[in-house]
Design a binder for this molecule. Structure first.
Ligand SMILES: *Cc1c(COP(=O)(O)O)cnc(C)c1O
Length: 404
């Protein structure tokens, strides 16, 4: 059992008031809050070991390099990558996906196909569309049903020897649906396609095992898992990372530079041009340690309770509809109330100290599918409570009365 009050005390922001009311933070899908241990680690880095990495022979540079590489090792262990050099530091999920789509520009040919799902965040749609424009490849889309679940028969039909890449999220940010990625990866590999998983919404809730999943790429952000903004990871299988050309040219990514020809550094440095977010990369390791200390099994169990409770309480409200009613879900509830724009509810409950996301959640195709402008999304973390859910439900009822 988790001691939630003790956990909440780790997060200084949670004891704030907003608009005169105790903060209820249910926008964890957009970014998570940071525990004091993470905030302290950032300060400690700048106070004690700040130096550029992989360059100097001086002591601080070595300390900073060691800490950065220790963090890479933690991530490797955490996601069970085979090699540390398969773990690339990025600025976030978006950066990781663009690194891969940029690399595929030299591989794909006209007539090739890329399969994405209907549940994607714009950052896992737009880079692939840009890649299609560059290469003449075609984008195909896995449809969803009314519960917000991928239609797997339709996916099977889209697959062919033309399929070169299949990409989708592990968990949908807009609906919270957990996708059957293992099945999809296996099917995609059977036709020889590479698979990129967008794990941005999965890593706050579970520990992905990239070898067990057998995905070729797995991208995620640090800031949604208690880490600093501007941090992220792209896992790539060694053979793929060797095959793809570098994303950015610059310092740190070369072996030798002459004006005739430059040879690239070995992995992971080939993909880590320039001075990275050193403090962020190191502290991402601190955040991962923090989460592992709480334990992902505990986190999942508790967050499932919150999900069930919130679903039940919200459905007490007349005219309320939840989107994403599939069985396999993370702790996200996306909803609307008949005849009321989600933005209006969001604004009123913000006055009551409640932070939810309203809008299309960077997933406009899902909103088009349900013929709605957007939803109200409450996304829960292990530091949230049932009492906070009660506060939200009462606030939503109040807003409904005011607006109807
Ligand atoms: C947040 C999110 C992204 C983008 O992450 P950034 O940190 O903004 O790069 C991509 N995909 C999903 C599913 C997300 O939730």
């Amino acid at each position: 059992m988790l001691d939630i009050q003790k956990i909440r005390a780790d997060f200084p922001i949670l004891s704030q008031t907003v608009n005169g009311k105790p903060l209820v933070y249910f926008d964890n899908g957009a970014t998570s809050q940071k525990p004091q241990i993470v905030i302290d680690a950032i300060e400690k880095y700048y106070q004690e070991i700040n130096a550029n990495i992989h360059r100097g022979v001086h002591t601080l540079s070595q300390l900073a390099t060691d800490a950065y590489e220790v963090s890479r090792g933690k991530v490797q262990q955490h996601i069970n990558a085979k090699f540390a050099h398969e773990v690339l530091f990025t600025s976030g999920t978006t950066h990781g996906i663009n690194l891969v789509t940029n690399g595929f520009a030299s591989i794909l040919k006209p007539g090739d196909e890329i399969i994405v799902s209907s549940l994607e965040h714009h950052s896992n749609i737009v880079p692939w569309q840009m890649l299609c424009e560059k290469t003449g490849a075609t984008l195909r889309v896995i449809p969803i049903n009314e519960d917000g679940e991928l239609i797997l028969d339709a996916f099977d039909e889209l697959l062919s020897e033309k399929t070169k890449v299949v990409t989708l999220n592990h968990i949908s940010n807009a609906l919270g649906i957990i996708n059957p990625i293992k099945y999809i990866i296996e099917k995609a590999h059977a036709v020889g396609a590479a698979v990129l998983i967008d794990g941005a919404q999965a890593v706050p809730h579970l520990k992905p095992d990239v070898q067990d999943l057998d995905c070729d790429f797995y991208a995620f952000s640090g800031h949604k898992m208690c880490g600093p903004t501007g941090t992220g990871i792209l896992y790539g299988k060694e053979e793929w990372l060797n095959k793809l050309p570098p994303y950015q040219g610059g310092g740190e990514m070369i072996k030798e530079v002459t004006f005739e020809k430059t040879t690239y550094a070995d992995l992971p440095h080939k993909f880590e041009a320039g001075t990275p977010n050193i403090a962020g990369g190191i502290v991402l390791g601190t955040a991962i340690d923090y989460l592992n200390n709480i334990g992902f099994e505990n986190i999942q169990k508790y967050e499932n309770e919150l999900l069930e409770y919130a679903t039940k309480r919200l459905l007490e409200i007349e005219g309320l509809r939840i989107y994403g009613t599939g069985k396999n879900k993370a702790s996200v509830v996306s909803f609307n109330i008949d005849g009321i724009h989600p933005y209006d509810i969001g604004s009123i409950i913000d006055k009551l100290g409640i932070a939810v996301r309203t809008g299309h959640h960077c997933a406009q195709p899902i909103m088009s599918f349900f013929c709605i402008p957007g939803t109200i999304r409450a996304s829960f973390s292990f530091y949230n409570t049932k009492e906070e859910i009660d506060v939200m439900v009462e606030a939503v009822k109040k807003a409904q009365t005011m607006l109807s």
